[in-house]
Ligand binder design. Structure first.
Ligand code: NAP
Ligand code: G4F
Length: 359
């Protein structure tokens, strides 16, 4: 009989953590996850993503702690004795990292170091495989398309922190012979995406407008280009990296570039509204082409101090080595998020939506 594998997921209550937990449970893993004790007034509220996927149950062992606390992390890893660690916990919002750069470095760099060093200190270098959640944000201002050989020129405290963590992962791999893989993941979304990220912000606003909401959608840089995929495809890629005999670094991306404006257009098209754009930069607006009603406007307060203009991934290596291919394309992705927001709205029965300042 094959022994049941044990996985430890940091950031299990986040978007990727929830989907990965479900994926690994379906593969027969014993799943353990790290959650922060003080994230929400009622700790159960913090588990809404896991709850949405029907996973708040005895199937997952949740451990309270904090990635920035080395003793805590080492103690948990010693206790759980995992075969695989997926280090997903992070301050993951790029704009927020400009406001709290020290936290971004603490969590994303020191937190990663705490995981890597715990495994080394425990003497489990040959026993534990580690996935490190690296990011396409590390490419920053490098010209697209970007792959594993593209120079990294981060443009944000988040990007710089992720790059430092990426190098630490490589250094630990090369120095101690540890099985550590960096997944250099391009943007991936789902109905569980935080509402401050541009995709959910758009689909939620469009659902509200469809239901009779009066406020226009307010965004920052509409020209930014991203390579958006669905998290369901990406968690499989994470797992595949740890199936390889030799660890490595892999770009996961769809190879399809779309602007924020394209995303907005697609979401409105889904509810049968054609947009008429006019103006440029902070003056740009979109009206309902039929009625002339203002539906989209720009607020310069949402611009970033430094922007990553274009991310477009070349995932040839993942395709050739891992056999990984994304299945969910742009139109289906937008439809998935929008339909989930429509349902959520119906369930909550609200049409007013205070826009949060972070996003
Ligand atoms: P997410 O939804 O923001 O989840 C991050 C999780 O990390 C949250 O549950 C958060 O806990 C937890 N966390 C933050 N600080 C922590 C700390 N000090 N100790 C313990 N846990 C902490 O992010 P995601 O979209 O799932 O992304 C997962 C990982 O992939 C992140 O490392 C992100 O940077 C990286 N990544 C994401 C993408 C993407 O497009 N989604 C692309 C490339 C890389 P709370 O719930 O308590 O806040
Ligand atoms: O949705 P975003 O906030 O995602 P961003 O900055 O690309 O970061 C995400 O993807 C990274 C991978 O490349 C991850 F590492 C990271 O953890 C995170 O998951 O913004 C996307 C684009 C940006 O160019 C931003 O300036 O949308 C633009 N944008 C325009 N208006 C906006 C808005 N972004 C947000 N969040 N809110 C706006 O109102």
């Amino acid at each position: 009989m094959v022994a049941r594998k044990t996985a430890f997921i940091t950031g299990i209550a986040g978007q990727d953590g929830a989907f990965l937990a479900r994926f690994l449970l379906e593969k027969g893993y014993a799943v353990h996850g790290l959650i922060r004790w003080d994230s929400y007034p009622d700790p159960l509220n913090g588990l809404q993503r896991l709850d949405t996927l029907g996973l708040v149950s005895e199937e997952i062992a949740l451990h309270t702690g904090d990635l920035t606390d080395a003793n805590n992390v080492t103690g948990l890893i010693r206790h759980i004795c995992p075969d695989e660690i997926y280090n997903l916990a992070a301050l993951s919002h790029v704009k927020v990292s400009f406001d709290t750069p020290a936290s971004a470095l603490d969590i994303n760099v020191k937190g990663t170091l705490n995981v890597l060093d715990a495994v080394r200190v425990l003497g489990w270098e040959r026993d534990v495989r580690i996935y490190q959640a690296s990011s396409s944000e590390m490419f920053g201002s490098s010209q697209p398309p970007q792959n594993e050989q593209t120079p990294m020129e981060p443009c944000s405290p988040y990007g710089a922190a992720k790059l430092a963590a990426y190098h630490l992962a490589k250094i630990y791999r090369d120095s101690y012979g540890m099985h550590i893989s960096n997944g250099i993941l391009f943007n991936h979304e789902s109905a569980l995406r935080g509402e401050d990220f541009v995709t959910r912000k758009i689909t939620k606003a469009v659902a509200v407008i469809e239901a009779g909401g009066a406020e226009p959608l307010t965004l920052g840089n509409l020209d930014a280009v991203r390579d958006w995929g669905h998290v369901r495809d990406y968690v499989e890629g994470m797992w595949l990296m740890l199936r390889q005999n030799v660890p490595g670094d892999y770009v996961l991306a769809t190879g399809e570039a779309r602007s924020v404006r394209d995303f907005v257009e697609q979401a409105f098209a889904h509810i049968g509204v054609k947009l008429k754009w006019s103006g440029r930069g902070a003056e740009e607006t979109a009206l309902d082409a039929k009625t002339g009603r203002l539906l989209v406007r720009v607020d310069p307060a949402l611009f970033r101090p430094k922007e990553v203009h274009a991310l477009l991934g070349d995932a040839s290596k993942a395709r050739e080595v891992l056999g990984w291919r994304p299945k969910i394309r742009f139109e289906a992705l937008v439809a998935d998020l929008l339909n989930a927001d429509r349902q959520l709205l119906r369930a909550r029965g609200e049409v007013s939506w205070p826009q949060r300042m972070a996003g």
